[in-house]
Ligand binder design. Structure first.
Ligand code: FPP
Length: 239
């Protein structure tokens, strides 16, 4: 463990945009899918590292609401990786990590939805890192979902206009009951959020790196945390 990390001031919630799998594969003259497989393996390594460090929540962007635009082959291959991981997670009891999927899962193949419910149920008592897998997730889609819920409650007379507050919205998005991400990491040299946790990231710290996701090591995560711990977070307050 990197002794420059102050374990008393860890980010409670880290978000990761796992970008650069395709370029990683291209550099090696491999099919894109090889990049996603390497990325999926690396996700497991980084999740374990977060758990060892004591990070309470990790959210990884695995499939966005926009990723349906990719070829059917690529989408099918990604879904196979999710299947494999969810099936494997039956053996992860000793890892003590809790799995949660965030996103519109009704659009996913039925067997994956069942595997998600099973994995969430099996890991619900774990006390280590809560791993949010964002699948068919979009920040705007999540806000539409929250707004529709509120509209329905208003129609039913269960909520008044005055009760529609920031907290009311936070309570109706996929990460209700979780702290907002303190730190969002995007590797692969891109500097954008791509519809990832747009509501939750209002005061997140960002850390970018040129490393492609499959090459992103636990030591890179440590560097991101060290940089985060040097930031002065004011949340709009004066110095
Ligand atoms: C973006 O990089 C990455 C994705 C759209 C998929 C991310 C998915 C994984 C890492 C697999 C996750 C698996 C599990 C089990 C959680 P890109 O491929 O678009 O990269 P590029 O910009 O270099 O082409």
């Amino acid at each position: 463990m990197n002794d420059q990390i102050d374990l008393n001031r860890l980010p409670r919630h880290i978000g990761v945009i796992m970008d650069g799998n395709g370029r990683w594969a291209k550099k090696r003259l491999l099919p894109r899918m090889a990049g996603h497989s390497a990325g999926a393996n690396n996700f497991k390594t980084i999740a374990r590292h977060c758990n060892e460090l004591g990070i309470k929540y990790l959210t990884v962007y695995a499939f966005s609401t926009e990723n349906w635009k990719r070829s059917k082959d690529e989408v099918d291959n990604l879904f196979n990786l999710f299947r494999d991981y969810l099936i494997d997670s039956r053996n992860f009891k000793d890892e003590n990590m809790r799995l949660k999927v965030i996103g519109d899962i009704d659009m996913l193949p039925k067997d994956i939805v069942e595997l998600i419910h099973e994995a969430e149920e099996n890991s619900k008592d774990a006390t280590g890192t809560v791993v949010n897998l964002a699948i068919n997730y979009g920040g705007r889609d999540e806000l539409v979902y929250a707004v529709k819920k509120i509209a329905q409650e208003y129609k039913n007379g269960d909520i008044s206009i005055e009760d529609i507050t920031e907290k009311a919205i936070s309570d109706r998005i996929y990460t209700a009951d979780q702290p907002d991400p303190d730190l969002i990491i995007r590797p692969s040299g891109e500097f954008r959020l791509s519809n990832f946790m747009i509501w939750q990231s209002a005061y997140s710290e960002f850390w970018f790196s040129n490393v492609l996701w499959p090459d992103f090591k636990p030591s890179d995560l440590d560097q991101a945390i060290i940089a985060y711990q040097q930031r002065d977070r004011r949340f709009g307050d004066a110095k």
